[in-house]
Write a protein that binds this ligand. Sequence first.
Ligand code: ADP
Ligand code: ZN
Ligand code: ZN
Length: 819
Amino acid sequence: MSSTRQYIEVALPLPVRKTFTYEVPQDLGEAPSPGKRVLVPLGRRLLTGFVLGPAPPLPAHTTILPIREVLEDDVSLSPKLLDFLLWTSAYYLQPLGEVIKTSLPAGTQTRSKETIFLTPKGTEALEILKPESIEKQVLEELARKAGQGITSSSLTRKFSTPIRSLLRKMQEKGWVGKKEDLEMPPVRGKKINWVRVRPFPEEISLTARQREVATFLQNAREIPVAELKARFKNASAVLTKLKAHGLAEIVPQEAFRQPSWEGLEDWIDGPPSLLTEDQDRALREIVASLDSRKYQPFLLHGVTGSGKTEVYLRAIDQALSRGRQALLLVPEISLAGQLVAYFRARTPYPLAVLHSGLSAGERYDEWRKVKKGLARLVIGVRSAIFAPLESLGIIIVDEEHDPSYKQDDKVRYHARDLALVRGKMEGAVVVLGSATPSLESYYNAREGKFRLLSLPKRIDGRPLPEIQVLDMRLEQGEGRERSLFSLPLRKALEETVARGEQAFLFLNRRGFSTFALCRDCGFTYRCPNCNVSLIYHLPDRTFRCHYCDHTLFAADRCPQCASSSLLLFGSGTQRLEEEIKKMIPQIPVARMDRDTTTRKGSHQKILGQLRRGEVNLLVGTQMITKGHDLPRVTLVGVLAADLSLNLPDFRAGERTFQLLTQVAGRAGRSDLPGKVFIQSFNPGHYSIQMAHAQDYTGFFEREVQFRRQMNYPPFVRLVNLRFEDNSEKRITRFAQALEGLVQRKFKEDPKLGKHLEALGPAMAPLGKLKGRHRYQMLFKGKQWKSLHDFVEKIRAEMEAEIPGRGVKLIVDVDPVHML
Ligand code: ADP
Ligand code: ZN
Ligand code: ZN
């Protein structure tokens, strides 16, 4: 036998931190190259995995199974993309197979299923078995499905008896057999039929009507059959005739589903004729870097309404005209719609969109367009950072400070940070844009790691809106009726509406009331799964948990003491809407929050109403703070600036400053000047003061001082190790073991303490969520590499000997949300 057996290393889409080795069957010849998809056996299943390369040597006598099949190329990974995914997996300490899965459109995995079929011996047995016996019924069912077989799970559903042991017995008797069948991936490419014609000789005999179709076909050369049939009633007859003469053929061709962006194109103005001086300078710097073909990160700090989008658009155009590709990341779908329409109208290059608002089929098609090089520009949300672009020239991250760039489930990564990594690997220009850059990014710019580009003025010298901070301790003094509105905000709102202008009212909490409290016994509605107060929702009069959606119907009396003094406290957007309706009954109000935007396209619908002036007042949560450019909005009211300030998170001050500045930036974006009111119980806080003064650098200096003092990013790197379990006993035991292990490590190696720090373990701020108890341990380190290595070691050791089994361990590198 030949000794030249080949082995390959394969990553499987499983939540395990290891790769798998398979043999390349001799008849396959060469081993499949890295990035190719292969079908491999694992236990009793077949799975699709990705080839990483030749396998490292394995201990002797290990059984190694052969790969079953090399799959066709549609979903392969290029070596460059594979490198990027490997880096992502290593840096974020996430299983490689899971990272690869995240990078691909959902539903494209081939899997195997086990089917049962009837054997000839089973057919004989059918004759002799008693009609009422369960064996006979099962065999009859299999006989009905002869040819295709049937899965044991669908048999289980059909018969109430324990089917598996029965099947085993029947298999021993030789009545039934089992086989592995491949299940087609649920999402596939779509093909449609096209007619293709050759030039017709003159002498072919056609009626006048048929000649009409033939002439059309001659000119078109190629057209989808369905389209031809829609145009001509007699198309089928003509086609049959032409096919008979060998003059036409039917060719199946790939079709791409087209996501719709209806109703968006109509509001787009023509291109601005001239860039402002600042825009022009920024663009020239970016283009110069593009030409150098080297990695160069920029931070584009432009105040709200300074025309950042125009800079993105022209920079992208420049990259595309140089034959390279571009990626534009946006934080949310609600923004993607606006930008896509803008780019569709303005650039001649084919583009693809990637976001979760598309159906699985649309997403797959958009992805394939990119993969096949049919799209030159990709606009998408965070997962688009993995788009299979092959010659990236520029990556732009719009609103780079936005927390939604951080993925907080399954694979935890930060798309803005990955944009920099990918840019470096590709030798591309990376532009991070924001009116309120993240502290990390601005710090990097100041340290010279990024080049800073600024647009300090609004377009056409429009003034930034005038901001007033209202001290709610004074506004809601003794004897005054408790209202969400201070007098000045209420007056301004009435005047704005009377002038026919528009207003945004921002309250960062949905629902009606935050909580209910019984005056007599102190009862409050709390979620049994999450240990947080339930929020009151109108109009269905329910109390709902905002984490797990646990829902209770409101009772008229206190469920505990039956007193009628169950009072509602705190307010959400629903209550705000109600209050406005009472205050100014004649004015139509729209609300934008998670409750009103669950349907596809609902963002666009609400924005459309505002644009057409059907609605002049928008109330909403942080969704309304983002990017919208509505020229008639002249008033912005922030009802409770303290909401984000009081979160138990070191970024609370930064988030508050960002939210206030962004929402204020929605006002006065055209010729009409804007006014902003910020209501707060804590008006002296520097986040509110600096937002008031619209002083980003002033805020930055204060915040950076705090971060340095408290040892938070950008001065250290963080990794949060979270662990969850539904048993409180197991989780506390686990916490003790973890604490012990970490202490031991620090004692064994006293040098560790010089650059590493471990905080906790402690209960997470949301100590119980969806029925699970949550604890966390926070690690800080001066250098990321040693920090990550340390945490990975701890994780592996804890996982190897988890004292209470079932504890779920979550590693969160560079955490953003630490609740
Ligand atoms: P930002 O994203 O910085 O908040 P936008 O890109 O939305 O700002 O620009 C604000 C408005 O200014 C938009 O309506 C845009 O069309 C317009 N605009 C941008 N650049 C110019 C320019 N050079 N001349 C005239 N109008 C411009
Ligand atoms: Zn009570
Ligand atoms: Zn809950």
